[in-house]
Write a protein that binds this ligand. Structure first.
Ligand code: ADP
Ligand code: ZN
Ligand code: ZN
Length: 738
């Protein structure tokens, strides 16, 4: 192809694991901007790309042309583009994958950005005598509203009239009082002013008020620092958040709220909506249909949504007038993405707030050691809430030595007595066990066979309700037969227990009382979690059994007894984060007890009643225990003191994976840097998963700059090693799982 003279070149990122950008030619009459999507050809296919740079001097003489410019104006604005560039280089992840990750699924696929529909009064509508529609109050309200606002969008109207607002709209359109206008979102001017009011359910306590005053003062300092609000469970952090947000909304700015789990959105959403009756509040998470996600994304981008409440990836939500970011339960492990683009959502939010020059507030009852260390270094401002408002008091936590007690499915006889007593007093009980299924081991009594995942070489968990064994590492499942596959014996038996077994045992012990199991299996059907929570919220005496799904955020006023069944495993884990996580989990679970007027009691079953970590947690509380754990990490230079990255390699073929990482290991060892330490190559703790053999190489350094400098070498070396037989590798910066 001979190159026509007056063409320009643009540099495009595509959604592939590719550490380079592609140049394309572009006609002079199109006006590409960074952040706009294009259609380009790659090999034999046409794919979507995102323009990263324009007016490029390409080193290639002949370039393929752009096939189509999808967006007239950027779907990723300049500020967000800056953040994504930064995170691509911080996490050593290909820019294309990072950029696409930040878009809703529909837009990744190349669909055009939907037009924004605006409801306007027609001239007949404008001239309609006042109160003409008084027999149809909803229609009157809608008409008045669009006139007053000079046009309203779907988000506004849904907020005004509730979920069935489209019926009202239909009536008004039929009467030709209102018409819908479609507007290119990029041509929208700033959203019209709307009414703002607050409806606080309580007066803040003195302690909360103090916090609020302090936060406000810090938000107005010239040098903004993130604020960590460390408030015990039930101390009214959410109430403080709402008061902090109010002035931001009043100034017509938007607020981004990040939470760890979808399950928490409904209750938070309703609390926010109750507090800010006129504001547009919506949520963004993986449970939404693609179209819904695009709608909320666009609403945030065009400024019609005031508050976006979302899980991890919502950190990339575009905001027209960003005012503040809030991260609730900031310690939660789910802020770290574990697949694909491996980023830490909390850190990303902090970086984003910093870039935007807006305040950021982190809240938790059990802050992460990372955040506490940042407090120690005076990078964060630190605030405490030490009391629960009103009559509620923090529960008493006691260790129960189970070494000499009779156990039934892991529940001690003393625990059973306590359960009985709390139920008799018309209260609710919750048992916590972080293992779903019936039992972790299914085995043959005659020959010793046990169910093992053929894809991971790890034991499979028996799920009685489904009649299956399921691998909790890769999801592989098999029907359970009545006889042993090796010796045909019928003496199959289980060992250990999961939530299903506990449910069964409690049903026999307490046949009169509803036993409600809440875990991933029992809540997979849409709406089933809500049904179960409703039963709990009815206040009837019930026994709740749950995994970590239950630990977060829920408020059950009638719950007075919490039993924690399995702390022992974590006490001796190899993972240096195990103690931190255990301390957080224990206090979060414990925090569900005694939220109403009656005092709560928490029992921790353990065979290690003298374990220093448990003793410290119970007698000295979270802050002191966290400080001790931090001091231990200082001795070893573990994060958050030092920093780490993990190179993970896997392949279906053991030898190929091994060869690849050995080559890498040898090349890296030859670099001989004193500032970083290499550990490995070695098999990953889960050495085979989903049929793939896994190896890893851990890189640690005292200084972030040294680690990142070294990772540049890693990237350039690893990119040159020939990948045979589908070897995959990834660099995981600040890994949390090994
Ligand atoms: P957290 O977010 O710290 O777990 P919440 O904000 O959910 O705490 O508050 C716990 C409970 O206390 C809620 O039921 C809430 O309505 C109530 N509460 C919070 N602040 C006050 C207050 N100032 N006065 C009375 N009740 C309050
Ligand atoms: Zn057998
Ligand atoms: Zn498996």
């Amino acid at each position: 192809m001979s190159k026509e003279h007056p063409t320009k070149a643009v540099r495009v990122a595509i959604q592939r694991p590719l550490y380079k950008l592609l140049d394309y030619a572009c006609d002079v009459d199109i006006q590409p901007k960074p952040g706009c999507r294009v259609k380009v050809s790659l090999g034999n296919s046409v794919i979507t790309g995102i323009i990263v740079e324009t007016d490029v001097e390409s080193e290639f003489a002949t370039l393929k042309p752009i096939i189509e410019l999808i967006d007239e104006s950027p779907v990723i604005d300049e500020k967000l583009m800056g953040l994504l560039h930064w995170s691509s280089s911080y996490y050593f992840h290909p820019l294309g994958e990072v950029l696409f990750h930040a878009l809703p699924v529909d837009l990744r696929k190349g669909k055009s950005v939907p037009k924004v529909e605006i409801w306007n009064a027609t001239s007949a509508g404008l001239e309609l005598p006042k109160d003409e529609l008084k027999r149809a109050p909803k229609q009157q309200a809608m008409l008045d509203y669009v006139i007053q606002k000079d046009g309203a969008d779907a988000n506004n109207l849904k907020q005004l009239l509730g979920d069935n607002w489209r019926n009202t709209s239909r009536e008004l359109i039929k009467k030709e009082l209102i018409a819908i206008e479609e507007i290119d979102p990029q041509k929208l001017t700033a959203p019209a002013t709307h009414v703002f009011s607050v409806n606080p359910p309580h007066q803040l306590t003195e302690e909360q008020q103090q916090c609020l005053t302090d936060i406000d003062a810090h938000f107005n300092e010239p040098k903004l620092r993130p604020i960590l609000l460390h408030g015990i469970t039930g101390s009214g952090k959410t109430e403080v958040y709402l008061s902090v947000i109010a002035p931001i909304l009043k100034a017509k700015k938007q607020v981004l709220v990040l939470i760890p789990e979808i399950g928490l959105t409904p209750q938070l959403l309703s609390r926010f909506r109750q507090y800010f009756p006129d504001s547009n509040i919506d949520c963004l998470h993986s449970g939404l249909a693609d179209g819904e996600r695009t709608r909320v994304w666009l609403g945030a981008k065009t400024g019609s949504i005031d508050i976006v409440i979302g899980t991890r990836s919502a950190v990339f939500t575009p905001l027209l007038n960003p005012g503040m970011i809030l991260i609730d339960e900031e310690h939660d492990a789910s802020f770290k993405q574990q697949e694909g683009f491996l980023y830490q959502g909390r850190d990303m939010a902090i970086k984003r707030a910093h870039d935007l020059g807006i305040p950021i507030l982190l809240g938790s009852a059990t802050p992460s050691l990372e955040s506490l260390y940042n407090v120690e270094k005076e990078r964060y401002h630190y605030l405490r809430l030490n009391n629960r408002p009103g009559a509620s008091n923090p529960p008493d936590i006691a260790l129960q030595d189970i070494r000499t007690l009779p156990l039934d499915a892991g529940i001690s006889s003393l625990m059973m007595t306590d359960i009985r007593q709390h139920l008799d007093n018309n209260n609710q009980v919750m048992l916590f066990l972080n293992r779903r299924g019936f039992a972790p081991v299914l085995m043959c009594q005659d020959c010793g066979w046990h169910a093992v995942c053929s894809h991971c070489d790890m034991g499979m968990t028996y799920h009685a309700s489904m009649g299956k064994v399921i691998c909790h590492h890769c999801g592989y499942e098999e029907r359970v037969k009545s006889t042993c596959p090796d010796c045909n014996s019928t003496k199959l038996t289980t060992q250990g227990q999961g939530t299903e077994r506990i449910e069964e045992v409690l049903n026999t012990h307490f046949p009169e009382t509803p036993v409600i199991r809440i875990d991933r299996d029992s809540t997979s059907r849409k709406g089933s979690l809500e049904e179960k929570l409703e039963l709990v919220n009815s206040g009837e005496p019930v026994i709740l059994i749950g995994t970590q799904m239950l630990t977060k955020g829920h408020d059950f006023p009638k719950l007075t007894l919490v039993g924690i069944l399995d702390v022992d495993q974590a006490l001796f884990s190899m993972d240096y984060r195990a103690h931190e996580r255990l301390a957080q989990q224990v206090l979060q679970v414990a925090g569900r007890a005694g939220r109403g007027a009656a005092k709560g009691k928490v029992i921790l079953q353990t065979s290690q009643p003298q374990h220093p970590m448990l003793l410290s947690l119970l007698s000295q509380g979270y802050a002191n225990t966290a400080q001790q754990i931090l001091n231990e990490r200082k001795l070893w230079n573990y994060p958050p003191l030092g920093c780490q990255a993990l190179v993970r390699v896997n392949a279906l073929d053991l030898q190929l994976a091994h060869n690849f990482i050995s080559t890498l290991g040898a090349d890296l060892a030859a670099i001989n840097s004193e500032k970083v330490m290499l550990l490995g190559p070695m098999p990953s703790p889960l050495a085979r998963r989903a049929k793939r053999y896994r190896f890893q190489l851990l890189i640690s350094a005292e200084k972030r700059g040294d680690l990142h400098g070294f990772l540049h070498s890693v990237l350039s070396i690893i990119s040159k090693i020939r990948k045979t037989g589908g070897v995959r590798w990834v660099i995981d910066v600040d890994p949390v799982d090994f």
